[in-house]
Ligand binder design. Sequence first.
Ligand code: HEM
Length: 399
Amino acid sequence: MDVRGFRLTGVPPDFFDDPYRYYAALREQDPVHELENGAVFLTRYEDVVALYRDARASSDKRVEFRPKFGDSPLYEHHTTSLVFNDPPLHTRVRRIIMGAVNQKAIARMEPNVARLVDALLAEIAEKREANFIDEFAAQIPIEVIGNLLDIPRAERSPLRGGSVAILSGLEPKLTAQMLDAGNRAVTDFIEYLKVLIAERRRKPGDYGSDVLTRLIQGERDGEKLTEKELYHQCIFLLNAGHETTTNLIGNGLWALLNNPGELARLRADPALVPSAIEEMLRHDGPIQLNNRRLTAPMTLSGKTLAKDTLVTIGIGAANHDPGQFPDPERFDVARKPNRHVAFGQGDHVCVGMNVARMEGRIALGKLLQRFAKIELAGEPERDRRIRFRGFRKLPVRVG
Ligand code: HEM
């Protein structure tokens, strides 16, 4: 395959079903591949990890997003949230959030997730057929994130659509419609948050477990967030753990259905569920791309990149690098070691990774326990985006 002209803004139609073939060709032929305007795309594991860990790799997106979003709500959001900032804002916000998603907090969340999953499975058992994404996978993160910020249940249903619209703004290629939807979603979220935050200021929650109360009050001995900073951390949190976790569960089931031997192995030994979740994250992870800008020159795979180079990190590509993962296309529920980069690495490594792992473990573990037979009940429909990888529809029949 000749990938000399490969562009993330114009991928071939068959890329969506299997991007990994393209990533493999890039890794072999041109691991630091030039895109438009001198930007580059990394596909080797070693380069990806080196960049994630390097202080010259900035997450500040102001230069990149100004021409993309103009002066708009999407620009304000994506340049204020912690993920697209460097220290000091990044460090401050990260510390505040971390305290509410540590192992103790996750252990407290578990029984509630287990109850929800049991209830969802009981409904599916009755109907025998379901769209696994809408009726199962997406319901779990809505509950978890909604609880983290203590959003009233009746107000949770717009969260998923808003989150998809805002994160779609990060795709390499945007339509006017995607921009409109993203901007509208940011504006709507802010209007909603103004009320929620005013209410929480009046009636604070538990500082130990309520992320919104923590963000409002800031670190006990530190600076407070401004109102604008507060809105955008909340919006990011609502979005970050949403579609990603939905797609971990959806892509995970898809991998099991396509690998009946591994499905049987997992059924026979449920102790493998945690390593199966890691393999799902590696093999077909929910986030395929991240970005950085170089604040000083850096050499990767023998190529010296100038200061200000925009770098796209190939997460899925690194996770299929045979130099790190023997037989990388093989889905192996017991793979060890499995040092994948599905959650990124370095200073910005996913804050919610253990929350997502817990959700995946309970969702898929209980699904397999509940149903001896799970099969496709129709044509699955892929979400045709390239940063976020998942399904819109995954019709299943259970028995
Ligand atoms: C399978 C599900 C998930 C995946 C694959 C995922 C992936 C990622 C990745 C790759 C990053 C790094 C971005 C970068 O370096 O530019 C990240 C950051 C982040 N994630 Fe996740 N995530 C998931 C679930 C969650 C959940 C459930 C939460 C919240 C409860 C969450 C909260 C965050 C936050 C706050 C950051 C920003 C961290 C920082 O900038 O320091 N994520 N995630």
